[in-house]
Ligand binder design. Structure first.
Ligand code: DGY
Length: 329
């Protein structure tokens, strides 16, 4: 046993990460991906000075009850709905996220999902793999062109803005709704116009969700909101499960009150609403919008930077750059 502070990494990590921490910390890194239940997490956190955790690790008052030495929880995500920020702040524990480094990756993936839904890519591939392609039919697999269609973005943070910037190349006008309207210069850079939520729902041909999950945004898209959307419209969610009422969405897609959806996140994931699996007008992916080689490495590096910085080391020594509750510092 050394007298170095201790850090626990709850997920298998990239080469070089442990080596960055080891000069300053005693490091325990899990070698296998697994979900920890509440009491396992509480036991893992007890005795640690810092932890680097992922979205599956839900950390609140009960999990930190025995973590008397814990000074920082570095979350490997920009979203932090898995962390009870109030409870950790009350205990004086800093929480960091991985804002910014994933903006472009998630924006790329939102476009991949949107284009996949518009051109029916998933369903066409399943059909081909099932051996159904006997002849090329001129009128088969007709999709929707995105050019000239209106792109709506609900939640215009940095990811929403990265999505909007890409729309110029596709010739899509962009509408957005956000709690507060963006400065004019940002709107100009994004070629985006602020509208109220009802107008966004009514006018979007493709609506992409990039807002955080909070008590206020839970079921921000439910039956009433879906009813405002055009029957020809498609919904893309790269934000969080729970923002969409999945049961209401399944009903709208099944009854063709909405043309399509492309979803990377789900209520209660990895469990899915069973109706989603039966729908050919839904493109589904397993929460991988930020999962590129470069981005997942960059996210891990950000988490490590924050841990090092809090303990006075590394490029941001003394000034951890991504702290969500700076009042505890
Ligand atoms: C995030 O960073 O919040 C993503 O959803 C994780 O991939």
């Amino acid at each position: 046993m050394t007298d170095k502070p201790r850090v626990w990494i709850s997920r298998p990590t990239f080469p070089g990460i442990v080596a960055r921490l080891e000069p300053h910390f005693e490091v325990v890194a899990e070698s296998e991906e697994r979900a920890f239940n509440r009491s396992e997490l509480a036991a893992k956190l007890a005795g640690q000075d810092a932890v680097i955790v992922g979205l599956k690790d839900r950390i609140g008052a009960a999990e930190i009850a025995r973590a008397e030495r814990l000074r920082i929880v570095a979350n490997l995500a920009v979203g932090y709905d898995n962390i009870d920020l109030d409870a950790l702040s009350a205990a004086g524990i800093a929480v960091s996220n991985t804002a910014d480094v994933l903006n472009e990756s998630v924006a790329d993936f939102a476009w991949a999902l949107m284009l996949g839904a518009a051109r029916r890519l998933g369903a066409a591939e399943r059909w081909l793999r099932a051996g159904h392609w006997q002849a090329t039919e001129f009128k088969a697999w007709l999709g929707t062109d995105v050019g000239g269609c209106t792109l709506g973005i609900l939640g215009m943070g940095r990811i929403g803005q990265a999505i909007a910037r890409r729309a110029v190349g596709f010739g899509m006008p962009v509408l957005y709704h956000n709690r507060s309207q963006l400065p004019e210069a940002v709107e100009l850079a994004c070629h985006a116009r602020h509208v109220d939520k009802a107008q966004l729902l009514r006018e979007s041909d493709f609506l992409i969700l990039t807002l955080p999950l909070t008590a206020q945004t839970r079921h921000a898209i439910g039956a009433a909101e879906l009813a405002l959307m055009k029957p020809s419209a498609m919904l893309v969610n790269v934000a969080r499960g729970g923002i969409v009422d999945d049961a209401a969405l399944v009903a709208a897609l099944r009854e063709r009150r909405l043309a399509g959806a492309a979803l990377d996140v789900f209520e209660g994931e990895p469990a899915l609403h069973p109706g989603l699996l039966q729908l050919d007008n839904a493109v589904l992916s397993p929460h991988i919008a930020s999962a590129s080689q470069g981005t997942r490495r960059a996210m891990t590096a950000v988490a490590v930077d924050n841990v090092l910085a809090l303990f006075g080391h590394g490029p941001h020594a003394g000034k951890p750059p991504n702290i969500l509750n700076p009042n505890v510092l």
